[in-house]
Design a protein. Structure first.
Length: 418
């Protein structure tokens, strides 16, 4: 701007006029320009901060721990299911499921389908008192963790935060134990011990473990009385989270009334709903975790859906930009910390066939009701394995495909490893 003014002034031949105009510009125009530049810079920084706040501060970290080791990590992590903290009591539900005794299947996607296929039974024994009875068992992938994942998705929607696929492969590898039959035992109660012979699959079975993530739940009451809104139908409630870590992200939930609007200002939430009664609210805290910090102390790998810092990617997510070019596809893939497992090989658009693909959906609760389900063409993301023999590479692929599906709704997206 200064160079432009200098050039224009130099074109004025009358020195007196040049001096007068220079004084006017220095007193009025240049300060006005500098103020505008500062305001534009602050606006740009505010937009960037908002993009980062919505994306990075809602990163979900997930891993697996042994029940006895959980207290070491309870500061930032919580069990996905609170009941996992309790020791199994060997109680059988009406559907034949063994309560509180889930196992983790430490193998690849194909092997899991083999272990849990319908009709696959394992022999074992049940001990009641001093008697031992022969029994048969069956493993089935657990649905309760997926229900918690869907609940988290609903929380994102209620709090107006864009959804990002949660990279939690342990959720899809936990299995329930079902009793198929037992010989000579009429009443299945008072069981003191069970033993199952998984044969060649025994090396994949991990017991007394459960998945955890960096989400904590709190109950907080309203501050004072609800204030009526202008429509005389709804009321504004105030919630204070003063004392909670400021660097963390928070979600609000009320299971009794529909929340029509949520506004957050520093340590306060202003919530609009159709009741004037003092409420108790569920506050979900997403603990911010530095990537790489203390991750080596976990026995099992820690996975997260955090992305490398990129304003372009944050803006694309906020505006739900559809992937249209290979450059956009690469940017999306490379934004996640998955390069140690897979590298991009290419993509193809093929005709759908009945052949099983190498990936599964990590957002099973999301149904694309607009896209034609009978479409004959699929988008195939082709990746090359960098850590051959690591059973998590199929889960990494599934995560990338699930995230791509959110950006490419017109195709059914699947993955393939070469």
């Amino acid at each position: 701007m200064e160079d432009l003014i200098r050039r224009e002034l130099n074109q004025i031949k009358d020195l007196e006029q040049r001096k007068v105009l220079k004084g006017i510009l220095e007193r009025i125009l240049i300060p006005f320009y500098e103020v505008n530049q500062q305001m534009y810079k602050e606006l740009e920084e505010n937009i960037k901060r908002e993009m980062v706040l919505e994306g990075r501060k809602c990163d979900i970290f997930c891993t697996l721990v042994k029940r006895k080791d959980f207290p070491l990590f309870s500061k930032e992590f919580s069990p996905i299911l609170k009941e996992d903290l309790e020791e199994p009591v060997y109680e059988w539900g009406e559907d034949g499921i063994l309560k509180g005794a889930r196992v983790f299947l430490g193998c690849d996607y194909g092997k899991i389908k083999e272990i849990t296929r319908e009709g696959k039974v394992f022999s074992g024994t049940i001990k009641k008192g001093e008697n031992i009875y022969s029994a048969q068992f069956h493993l089935k992938l657990s649905e309760v963790y997926k229900e918690e994942l869907e609940h988290l998705y609903q929380l994102f929607l209620q709090n107006n935060i864009s959804w990002k696929t949660v990279f939690a492969p342990y959720i899809f590898k936990m299995a329930e134990i079902f009793l198929v039959k037992v010989e000579g035992l009429e009443e299945i109660s008072g069981i003191t011990q069970i033993h199952i012979d998984f044969k060649e699959y025994g090396k994949y079975i991990h017991d007394h473990v459960f998945p955890i993530w960096n989400i904590k739940k709190h109950k907080v009451g309203s501050v004072g009385f609800a204030m009526p809104c202008e429509d005389h139908k709804t009321y504004k409630h105030l919630i204070s989270i003063e004392g909670f870590p400021e660097e963390d992200s928070y979600f609000v939930e009320n299971t009794h009334y529909e929340m029509q609007n949520i506004q957050k200002e520093h340590t306060k939430f202003y919530i609009t709903c159709n009741t004037d009664e003092v409420q108790e609210w569920n506050i979900y805290q997403i603990c911010e975790i530095e990537k790489g910090k203390n991750m080596r102390s976990f026995v099992y790998p820690v996975f997260h859906n955090g992305q490398k810092e990129s304003f372009a990617e944050n803006l694309a997510r906020k505006n739900q930009v559809v992937v249209r070019t290979q450059a956009e596809l690469l940017r999306l893939i490379q934004s996640f910390d998955c390069e140690e497992y897979l590298e991009f090989e290419g993509y193809e658009i093929r005709k759908k066939n009945k052949k099983e693909n190498d990936s599964y959906c990590m957002n099973p609760f999301l149904l694309n009701e607009i896209r034609h389900q009978d479409t004959e063409r699929v988008f195939v993301l082709i990746m090359r394995a960098k850590r051959k023999g690591d059973y998590f590479i199929w889960d990494v692929l599934s995560f990338l495909v699930s995230e791509l599906q959110l950006r490419l709704p017109e195709y059914e997206c699947i993955g393939e490893i070469v």
